[in-house]
Design a protein around this ligand. Structure first.
Ligand code: MTE
Length: 323
């Protein structure tokens, strides 16, 4: 994906240049808000939309013990940055333009069909999803395979709660996910940049892990289109591309499903895609990352810092082979 988008180095160099110029002109003290905010206002010479979606009720994760991994200590990335620097190829491959192109994406009447090897298949409306339990806050690190990262205060329900509701059968070993296919509403689907619809997959035990979230919001608001409205997957120990957006179908299956990026370039994007600083992408190192809003790079952590919670899922597996 790297070759079709602004590489992070160029993007961040531009950002730093822009900030320096702003600072010289206005004498503004460069705080973190400016550091992440300036580029989003001016990169393409026109104002970028800042989606302010409806506020939602979220159960705070603050009381949870740190070993749950539900809340990381790192400073959350600004709302503006999270909603203005996106990968969502159904709209455009230009990260900075996704918010504008996706603005107005209508999700009224959205349904998520859950089918396959389950005893109680069901098509869920958003109200049905909400009835499964209150949205819970999770402040997770997000590490893109392109070596940039964010910290995002998500809101959602554990995916396990949805899966338990449909009662998986003993033969179910994996979960397959599918994004909406509608080229009229998602203009990027008129191009062949990827095969559509976008698809993803997890092993059933990964899908049932308490960290795996079906997110419907961020920063206490409904997800804006560019972040995967109205419902997306979040698997914080895996590269960001596993976090499939705007989901319409979830199927319980008995073999490893195909996934979009793995199908596109299997040597570059693994099926497991666990964040692993020791396994480089063929075209760049995965040892460090650029946290959006920070100057300088930081070390990438095994399993994105969630090894304590998830490493045991992969006991006995060679993670250089199953990358
Ligand atoms: N889901 C769909 N349907 N289409 C996409 O292009 N991009 C993926 C993932 N989910 C993508 C997707 C990639 S590469 C990343 S890094 C994350 O979404 C980015 O999520 P964000 O834009 O909310 O940060």
């Amino acid at each position: 994906m790297e070759d079709r988008v602004t590489p992070p180095e160029i993007y961040f160099n531009r950002r730093q240049w822009f900030n320096r110029r702003q600072w010289l002109r206005g004498g503004i003290v460069a705080g973190s808000a400016l550091a992440t905010g300036a580029i989003y206002r001016g990169l393409k010479g026109r104002p970028l939309p800042v989606a302010k979606t409806k506020q939602i009720e979220v159960v705070s994760a603050e009381t949870l013990p740190p070993e749950s991994g539900f809340v990381v200590d790192d400073t959350p990335t600004s709302y503006r940055a999270i909603t203005s620097y996106n990968n969502f190829y159904e709209f455009t491959t230009d990260k900075v333009d996704v918010a504008r192109v996706a603005e107005g994406f209508v999700t009224t009447g959205w349904q998520v069909e859950v089918n396959g090897l389950v005893d109680a298949p069901k098509t869920f409306t958003m109200a049905d999803l909400a009835a499964l339990g209150p949205a819970e806050e999770r402040i997770y690190r997000m590490r893109c395979v392109e070596a940039w990262s964010m910290v995002i205060p998500w809101a959602g329900i554990p995916l396990a709660r949805l899966l338990e509701a449909v009662r998986p059968q003993a033969a179910a070993t994996h979960v397959a996910f599918e994004t909406l296919y509608d080229p009229e509403r998602m203009p990027g689907q008129k191009t062949s940049v990827l095969e559509w619809p976008y698809i993803e997959g997890l092993r059933l035990d990964e899908a049932m892990h308490p960290l795996t979230l079906l997110a419907t919001g961020l920063y206490g608001r409904e997800l804006p289109p560019q972040d995967g409205a109205p419902v997306r997957l979040v698997v914080p120990w895996k590269y960001g591309f596993k976090g499939i957006k705007s989901i319409v179908r979830i199927s319980l299956v008995s073999s490893q499903p195909q996934t979009s990026w793995n199908r596109y370039a299997p040597g570059e994007y693994g099926y497991y895609a666990n964040v692993n600083p020791a396994v480089d992408h063929p075209r760049w190192s995965q040892a460090t990352e650029q946290r959006i809003g920070e100057v300088g790079r930081r070390a990438t952590l095994p399993f994105n810092g969630y090894a304590e919670q998830v490493a045991s899922l992969y006991d006995g597996m060679d993670l250089a082979v199953h990358f």
